[in-house]
Design a protein around this ligand. Structure first.
Ligand SMILES: N[C@@H](CCC[C@H](N)C(=O)O)C(=O)O
Length: 276
């Protein structure tokens, strides 16, 4: 039998949204010392649990009664928003009885996001207004990709391409630091039909991921903008599945799945050794 030290272990939940995967840390009173080194160790796919990011579940100090998604990238950096993460976060709140009803707000660094969970567990998030703020380009090796800069709470560069299978995203695309002083998530997008696009993404602070929710919103916004439209809707196929994006006049929504894989406890001794 395993020696158990009861409550000294740290509970976690592992989940994903279209295979953009996360370790959730329930920490209502923000008692955990979640250093960047611990985030990196948790997200390490060999030495840790493995994930693209960490979602710490804390009480929202600014909105009593609500919950705040403290999102961290796998490299330990903080990001403003995570579209796939907020769906998984919302499912966790519902499934664990931390909210009443299937519609509720979630606090994020990009502001409050309203979520709705249907009877099948699909989650729709009101992502706020996505704003085009210029043009720029990404550079991969000797290839240059013109694109549209889009703010979804976090920064994105949406580059339309003819094909996705010849892109080497094991290396980070270069970008213009004058346009993106805090770094950028880069989406490469193929338009299959007016209401259907395919996408690969290189995420700031992570690398290539199987999906990026804010990236899908940026991609649809960028494609609409390039064709002279400001509103519209599309299914977005990413390597990890499909999501639905609707861009309205004042706001936009992201709909997709949220999946739980495992629950467990992190060894306290491992946690202590991973501090820095
Ligand atoms: N995967 C997320 C985005 C996570 C944050 C991003 N890497 C950043 O640094 O802005 C999503 O689903 O939106």
């Amino acid at each position: 039998m395993w020696p158990r030290v009861g409550t000294v272990h740290i509970p976690f939940v592992k989940g994903h949204g279209t295979e953009n995967d996360f370790v959730l840390l329930p920490d209502p009173d923000a008692a955990l010392d979640l250093t960047p080194a611990r985030v990196r160790a948790l997200c390490d796919r060999r030495g840790g649990l493995g994930a693209d990011g960490v979602l710490r579940v804390v009480r929202d100090r600014e909105h009593p009664g609500a919950w705040f998604m403290d999102y961290r990238n796998a490299d330990g950096s903080v990001a403003e928003m995570c579209g796939n993460g907020v769906r998984v976060f919302a499912r966790y709140l519902l499934d664990d009885g931390l909210v009443e009803g299937r519609e509720f707000p979630v606090g994020t660094r990009a502001g409050v996001r309203d979520v709705r969970i249907d009877e099948h567990g699909e989650v729709t998030v009101d992502m706020g207004k996505a704003a085009v703020f210029g043009e720029s380009e990404a550079v991969l090796g000797d290839r240059r990709f013109p694109g549209v800069a889009v703010d979804v709470g976090n920064p994105h560069l949406v580059c339309r391409v003819e094909r996705l299978d010849d892109l080497d995203l094991t290396v980070a695309p270069e970008f213009d630091r004058a346009v993106f002083p805090d770094g950028v998530n880069v989406e490469f997008v193929v338009v299959e039909a007016p209401d259907r696009i395919r996408m690969r993404v290189h995420e700031r602070g992570v690398g290539e991921t199987r999906s990026c929710g804010t990236g899908t919103v940026a991609a649809v916004t960028g494609v609409l903008h390039a064709s002279g439209h400001q509103t519209g809707a599309a299914d977005v196929d990413i390597p990890g599945g499909r999501v639905r994006v609707v861009i309205g006049d004042d706001t936009c929504t992201l709909t997709g799945p949220a999946v739980f894989v495992a629950r467990g406890e992190i060894e306290r001794s491992w946690w202590e050794s991973a501090a820095e």
